[in-house]
Write a protein that binds this ligand. Structure first.
Ligand code: ZN
Length: 301
């Protein structure tokens, strides 16, 4: 079985939070049987007023060190994921990293980036975040960036994006969008989570949703278990998302994790919970990683 996880902040932690200890390690990924771990280059918390490009480059340098010293390997295509091997998919979180320049999309594509979240929690040159509740859609410069991303088959990630931007992507983007680390609002009313309407639209459009493991998004508290992760997966499946859902842990970017899912090594516990609920092996294999790879096939990989 191929297990994919579509979001962690490990490179930011390694590059810019030296007093923290990452839980996404080669050993933990091997123990959990994770085949494709997405590691993001995070813009940081200051939006266009900070130094998002410089931060992203510091994180990329952290990845290069892991590649040289610990054998971390980035894929060119997500479809290179292989059972029994650990590979890394690089992404961007916060479109301010592109600095409003279409050529930056190419630059990061050349570095291996295959997915980009248009915003983090700040407004940028591309779009508006869910945080703050703006009703404005994708900005004109955002569409230029999005056209370039589509030409390069780079996934447009709606996690952190506001609803107006989300619906713009569903209705007008040439590629199906995705949400790399978001949960279901029906089960936990948080601005970062997706409404039932959004989940149905994501499935209908051929998109993809990675369920976030952050207790604040799963239960609205500091406590959660793999049962809560399975509840959100169940809910998305019930809305027609059984071929469009998987894992987007957010490890190393969250203040706490479910008590029984503290690192990539614990991901099999979620699969066991799905088995207990009567999911068959084919459905579990889809949720573990098959759905995510199918999503990239729909992007043209
Ligand atoms: Zn995030």
């Amino acid at each position: 079985m191929i297990i994919c996880d579509t979001h962690c902040d490990t490179l930011y932690m390694r590059a810019l939070q030296p007093d923290h200890t990452p839980c996404v390690t080669m050993d933990a990924m091997k123990r959990g049987g994770v085949s494709l771990q997405t590691c993001t280059l995070f813009a940081g918390g200051q939006g266009v007023h900070g130094h998002p490009y410089e931060k992203a480059m510091a994180e990329y340098t952290a990845f290069e060190k892991l590649r040289e010293r610990e054998g971390w390997e980035a894929v060119n295509s997500p479809l290179e994921a292989e059972k029994g091997k650990v590979k890394i998919l690089l992404s961007i979180e916060g479109g301010e990293i592109f600095q409003g320049k279409v050529e930056r999309v190419h630059e990061f594509y050349e570095r291996g980036i295959r997915m980009a979240a248009l915003t983090w929690n700040n407004e940028n040159e591309i779009a508006y975040p869910a945080k703050g509740g703006s009703k404005e859609g994708i900005k004109p410069l955002g569409w230029e960036i999005l056209r370039e991303m589509a030409a390069l088959k780079m996934a447009a990630d709606t996690s952190h994006l506001n609803e107006a931007g989300f619906w713009d992507l569903i209705d007008k983007h040439s590629q199906p969008p995705m949400a790399s680390h978001s949960c279901a609002k029906k089960l936990c009313d948080h601005f970062r989570n997706l409404t039932d309407e959004q989940i149905r639209a994501m499935a209908g459009r051929g998109g993809w949703i990675g369920v976030n493991f952050y207790p604040a998004f799963l239960t609205g508290s500091t406590h959660a278990t793999v049962r809560d992760i399975a509840d959100h997966i169940d809910h998305i499946c019930q809305l027609g998302g059984e071929k469009h859902v998987g894992f987007g842990s957010d490890f190393d970017g969250i203040e706490c994790a479910p008590v029984d899912c503290q690192s990539p090594a614990d991901v099999p516990a979620i699969l066991d919970e799905l088995r207990r609920r009567g999911y068959g092996e084919d459905a579990i294999s889809d949720i573990a990683g098959g759905n995510f790879l199918s999503y990239y096939r729909r992007l043209g990989w």
